[in-house]
Design a protein around this ligand. Structure first.
Ligand code: UDP
Ligand code: MG
Length: 320
């Protein structure tokens, strides 16, 4: 049988309560798929709770489970990268640790992959257990990045996806430090297909992404996949210069016709303050890009591994 090796990658940060509920669901979903040699790789992203002992206990009972522990919390994007980097054989399927991405859909993803698709991604048609603020900001973010970026980034699509071996190999070549995974997947391309699904509420615990983390992720996405904000400064400058020229003509004409009575302190203040603000914004934008350039230039590794337990599944191996 073709296409028979798959590794399910789960990044977990403080998920001790949800993992024992999630693992049986993933295991059951995998058992229902014919001719699949599956492994499950949990990446502990420097959790502070009992996630690691919980994972060790799961791996003890299930030989298909491999475990990776990072030296500290590097964030979801780095944790996923660490997991994907270990896989040398077969496809990978990324799923959240909190049960929001239903493992029962894995069979559908695998079926699409066997039909010849390289990037099978789940697209949310509903989000349970998330407030209107999160839904609205997520919606707005996907619209903005869709406009700004030339890389196709499908709307309402998270990291829940299956990557074929060649997609995985392509993704592995992208070693940038500032990793906006949704954009990197889109950059790879190949044959993509969306699987609509309803996003469920978390099975346990709370979201690890508060407003600031999401805001920073959004900035990451925009700066990683678009230089449009840099151009914004140019256009603002051009528009201001054109306006200033017209206004200057008017001031000169007025002085010639009616003489120059010194007045206009309020207008002057307004113009100075406005221009000062615009200049600071433009500097800030440049700074955002410069900071990222600085981080890239340091060439640090994307993550550090503390422990690696490849598990003991029978059959050919999946991992490096
Ligand atoms: N996660 C991670 N490292 C982090 C934050 C989150 O590995 O620093 C994992 C988390 O355990 C979960 C997934 O990323 O499996 C999504 O996180 P969460 O459910 O908190 O995000 P949300 O679904 O609310 O966007
Ligand atoms: Mg979640």
């Amino acid at each position: 049988m073709q296409n028979d090796r798959l590794t399910v990658v789960v990044a977990a940060y403080n998920e001790a309560d949800s993992l024992p509920l999630l693992h049986p669901r993933i295991a059951a979903a995998l058992e229902g798929i014919e001719g699949l040699d599956a492994r499950i790789l949990y990446v502990d992203d420097g959790s502070r709770d009992a996630t690691w002992p919980v994972l060790v206990a799961i791996a003890h009972r299930d030989p298909r489970v491999a475990l990776l522990r990072l030296s500290r919390n590097f964030g979801k994007e780095a944790a996923l990268t660490a997991g994907l980097d270990r896989i040398t054989e077969g496809a990978a399927l990324i799923i959240d640790a909190d049960g929001q991405d239903p493992p029962e859909l894995i069979a559908t993803f695998v079926a699409r992959w066997r039909e010849g698709y390289d990037d099978v991604h789940g697209t949310r048609i509903a989000r349970a257990g998330e407030g209107w603020a999160k839904r609205w900001t997520a919606h707005a973010f996907y619209r903005v990045i869709g406009r700004l970026s030339r890389t196709p980034i499908p709307a309402d699509t998270g990291d829940f996806r299956l990557l074929s071996p060649r997609s995985l190999a392509a993704l592995r070549q992208l070693r940038e430090r500032h990793r906006f995974m949704k954009g990197l997947f889109g950059w790879v391309g190949y044959r993509c297909i969306a699987v609509p699904y309803e996003r469920e509420a978390r099975i346990a615990g709370g979201s690890k992404f508060d407003f600031w983390r999401l805001w920073n992720l959004a900035l990451e996405g925009i700066t990683s996949f678009s230089t449009a904000p840099l151009r914004l400064a140019t256009y603002l400058g051009l528009a201001t210069a054109a306006f200033a020229f017209l206004y200057g003509m008017w001031v000169i004409a007025k002085a010639l016709l009616w003489g120059d009575r010194v007045a206009g302190w309020p207008t002057m203040m307004a113009v100075i303050l406005f221009l000062g603000g615009v200049q600071l914004i433009a500097l800030g934008l440049i700074g955002e890009y410069l900071g990222r350039l600085y981080e890239e230039s340091k060439q640090r590794p994307l993550y550090l591994i503390d422990e690696w337990k490849p598990g003991g599944g029978a059959g050919p191996d999946h991992f490096a």
